[in-house]
Design a protein around this ligand. Structure first.
Ligand code: AGP
Length: 610
C-alpha cells in the first residue's frame, strides 16, 4: 500500500517529509517522490526504487526555505514502477500537485474526457487523471477546496489523497475514501499521513478521518469538511501513546494479526475493478489477453498451493476447464507432460519462490502460456509470466501468509466466474450469488473477526499443550484443513496434519486417542452429513473433536467437545470465514506458547532457494 505524508509548519519541510516516508517503508513501495513549495513555486522530485535514490536527487537541490511539502511512496497498481509513474503528479493546467493511495476505477473515461479538453498526460496512472480532474473543476473565482471536492465526488474507487497548489503554498488539502488518512495536529505545524508513524516524532495528537471527509491544513489551522457539501465537521484529536514499532503495526501486537485483520480490505481491493455489485457482474480484464484455456495446470508452493487447490473445483464446475494442481518442487523435477492448449497458472505471493519460478520456466520451455498470480509487482514471476494478475493485497510483512491467501482465493474465484461466463458454462444465478456474496463479504468479515479471535484464544489455551492434532475437511474444506495444519506447524511448532476427512479410515484414524484432538471443518455445505460421519468415527474412539461449523439448524446438529460457530456465507465464500479462524487459532497458539509470531524459526518470507 502506498504511503503519504503532507506537512505545513515552521520546520524545513523536505527532510521531515522524507524522514516520514522512511517510517512508512514497511508498507512496501517501488518508487517515491516529494513536492515542495519554495518561492511560490512547486518543485516535484521523484525516483524509481528505494528512498535513498530520491535523497540523492534532493541532496543537490535547494529546498531549505520550503516549509510546506508532501511525499509519497508508491506500491504500483496502475503502471510499472517507473519514475514517470511515481507520485506526486502535476496537472498539465494549473500546476496542481497530488499524491494518492488507492485505485480510481473510472479513470479511463475521465482521462478520455480530459484529453478532449486539451489536458496532456505523461504517465499511465489513475492519479495523474485525478489531479487533472481537479484542475478541470477549477471555476473562475471559485475555491480550490470546491474544485477538489467536485473532482472527488466524480471519482469512483478508493483514495487517500493530498493536494498542494502554488496559489496557496502554505496549505495542504487532503481527503479519504476507503483508504487510510490521518491528521497530525502540532504546535504551529500540521500533518496529513497514511499512518501514524509518519509524524509520530512531532505530535501524538491524531485526528482519525472518516470516508467522505476532506481537510485543509495550514501551519496555524486545521479544518475538516464533509466532502458531500463542504459543511464543517467538528473533530477532536486523540492522544496516541504507541511507540514507533507498534504504530507501524497499527496498534496490533504483530504484523500477522494486523494482516489477518486487513483481509476485509484485501477482499475489497482485490475486487476493485473486477466486481460490479450494481450490475451483479464480475470479470478479470487481464484474462482477455489469453485464449480460453483447454486445460489448466496450477503450480505453487505452501499456502499458495492451498489456494490453488481450493479453487480447482470452482474452475472445473463453473468454467468447465479440466484443472490439475501441483506442488512446484515436484512439478519441476518430473518432466511434466503438458499440452499446447494447457495454460499454466503459477501462484506466488512474493513472486520470487524458486520452485515456482522454475515451474514457470519449464512450462514456457514446453510451449505453454503462463499466467502469474502475484502480490509483488515487478517480481521475477510477474516479469516472466506471459500475463500477470495482481492480488493488490498490499505488502505482507509477516512470514506466515494470511491476507495473501484470501486475496488469491478471491481472484481465483473471479477467474472461474470470468471463464465460466466466457465459455457459457456458468449459470446466471451462480454469478449473481457470487457477486452479491463478494460485495458483502468485507463487512461480514469485519464484524466477525473479533469474535473469531476470542474463540481462537479459548481453544488455543485448551489445545496448545497437545503433541499433535488433525485438521480435517472434505471438498473445499480439504485445502483449508491443509492450510490450518500448516499454520499451526509454522507458528506454534506443534505437529499438525491436514487430511481429507474421508481418508481418515484408510490409516490415520489409528492416531486417534484422548490426547490427540481433531479440528473438523464442518460448514453446512452439501458434504456436511459425510463430514459428520467422519467426526463421529473419531468420537467413537474417544478422540477430542473441535467442530468449526455454522449456527445450528434442524437436521444440521452436531455433537463435539467444542463447537466453534462461524457466520454462514454463500457456498465457497464460507472459506473466507473458516480461513481466518484457522489463522487466528495458530496465531493465538503461538502467542500462548511464546513463539516468535512474525519471524518463526527456520522460515523465510520468500523461499528463493531450492
Ligand atoms: C505460508 O504461511 C508460508 N510462509 C509459505 O508456505 C509460503 O506460502 C510459500 O513459501 C509460498 O510463498 P509464495 O506465495 O511467496 O510463493
Amino acid at each position: 500500500m502506498c504511503g503519504i505524508i503532507g506537512y505545513t509548519g515552521h520546520r524545513p519541510a523536505v527532510p521531515l517529509v522524507v524522514e516520514g516516508l522512511r517510517r512508512l517503508e514497511y508498507r512496501g513501495y517501488d518508487s517515491s517522490g516529494v513536492c515542495f513549495a519554495q518561492n511560490n513555486e512547486l518543485r516535484v522530485v521523484r525516483a524509481e526504487g528505494k528512498l535513498r535514490l530520491l535523497e540523492d536527487k534532493l541532496a543537490v537541490m535547494e529546498h531549505s526555505l520550503a516549509t510546506t511539502a508532501m511525499g509519497h511512496t508508491r506500491w504500483a497498481t496502475h503502471g510499472a514502477p517507473t519514475e514517470d509513474n511515481a507520485h506526486p503528479h502535476r496537472s498539465s493546467k494549473g500546476d496542481l500537485c497530488l499524491v494518492h493511495n488507492g485505485i480510481i476505477e473510472n479513470y479511463q473515461e475521465c482521462k478520455s474526457s480530459l484529453i478532449a479538453k486539451g489536458f496532456r498526460f505523461s504517465s499511465e496512472t489513475d492519479t495523474e487523471v485525478l489531479v487533472n480532474c481537479v484542475a478541470d473543476e477549477r471555476a473562475p473565482g471559485g475555491s480550490l477546496l470546491e474544485a477538489f471536492a467536485r473532482a472527488l465526488r466524480k471519482a469512483i474507487g478508493a483514495y487517500a489523497v493530498a493536494l498542494i497548489s502554488p496559489e496557496e503554498p502554505d496549505t495542504v488539502y487532503a481527503a479519504r475514501h476507503s483508504a487510510p488518512l490521518l491528521l497530525g495536529v502540532g504546535a504551529g505545524e500540521n500533518f496529513v499521513a497514511s499512518d501514524i508513524p509518519a509524524f509520530l516524532p512531532y505530535t501524538r495528537d491524531v485526528v482519525f478521518l472518516k470516508d467522505g471527509e476532506i481537510v485543509r491544513i495550514t501551519p496555524s489551522s486545521w479544518e475538516v469538511f464533509s466532502l458531500e457539501d463542504l459543511r464543517p465537521i467538528a473533530k477532536q484529536p486523540r492522544r496516541i501513546e504507541w511507540d514507533l514499532q507498534s504504530a507501524q503495526k497499527g496498534g496490533f501486537r504483530h504484523f500477522m494479526l494486523k494482516e489477518i485483520y486487513e483481509q476485509p480490505r484485501a477482499v475489497t481491493d482485490c475486487a476493485a475493478g473486477r466486481v460490479d455489485a450494481a450490475l451483479l457482474d464480475a470479470r478479470v480484464p487481464e484474462l482477455d489477453a489469453l485464449p480460453f484455456p483447454g486445460r489448466l495446470r496450477i503450480v505453487a508452493c505452501g499456502t499458495s498451493f492451498h489456494a490453488g487447490l481450493w479453487a480447482m473445483p470452482l474452475i472445473e464446475s463453473w468454467a468447465g476447464i479440466p484443472t490439475a494442481v501441483e506442488i512446484a518442487s515436484e512439478f519441476r523435477y518430473r518432466d511434466p507432460l503438458l499440452t499446447p492448449d494447457e495454460l499454466v497458472l503459477v501462484i506466488s505471493q512474493s513472486g520470487e519462490t524458486a520452485d515456482t519460478l522454475a515451474a514457470l520456466r519449464i512450462a514456457r520451455h514446453k510451449g505453454c502460456r503462463v499466467l502469474g498470480l502475484c502480490n509483488a509487482l515487478g517480481s521475477s514471476i510477474a516479469r516472466e509470466a506471459d500475463v500477470v494478475i495482481y492480488t493488490q493485497a498490499g505488502p505482507e510483512i509477516s512470514v506466515a501468509s494470511t491476507k495473501a491467501m484470501s486475496s488469491q482465493m478471491i481472484v481465483l474465484l473471479l477467474m472461474a466466474l470470468h471463464w465460466g461466463k466466457a465459455g457459457g458454462a456458468l449459470p446466471g444465478e451462480t454469478l449473481r450469488q457470487a457477486v452479491t456474496g463478494i460485495s458483502t463479504l468485507p463487512s461480514l468479515l469485519e464484524s466477525a473477526l473479533p469474535g473469531i479471535q476470542a474463540e481462537a484464544r479459548t481453544f488455543a489455551a485448551r489445545y496448545s499443550s497437545c503433541d499433535g492434532m488433525f485438521f480435517l475437511g472434505r471438498g473445499q474444506c480439504y485445502p483449508l484443513a491443509l492450510e490450518g495444519a500448516l499454520k499451526v506447524k509454522e507458528l506454534s511448532y506443534i505437529h499438525a496434519e491436514g487430511y481429507a476427512a474421508g481418508e481418515m479410515k484408510h490409516g490415520p484414524i489409528a492416531l486417534i486417542e484422548p490426547a490427540f484432538p481433531s479440528f473438523f471443518l464442518a460448514p453446512h455445505d452439501e458434504l456436511f452429513p459425510k463430514t459428520k460421519s467422519n467426526l463421529e468415527e473419531v468420537q467413537a474412539r474417544r478422540g477430542p473433536v473441535i467442530a468449526l461449523t455454522n449456527p445450528p439448524r434442524p437436521g444440521m446438529e452436531l455433537r463435539a467437545d467444542d463447537i466453534w460457530i462461524l457466520p454462514e456465507a454463500w457456498g465457497p465464500l464460507e472459506a473466507f470465514l473458516l480461513l481466518p479462524a484457522l489463522q487466528l487459532f495458530s496465531y493465538e497458539a503461538a502467542t500462548y506458547l511464546g513463539k516468535d509470531v512474525d519471524q518463526p524459526r527456520n522460515l523465510a518470507k520468500s523461499v528463493t532457494v531450492e
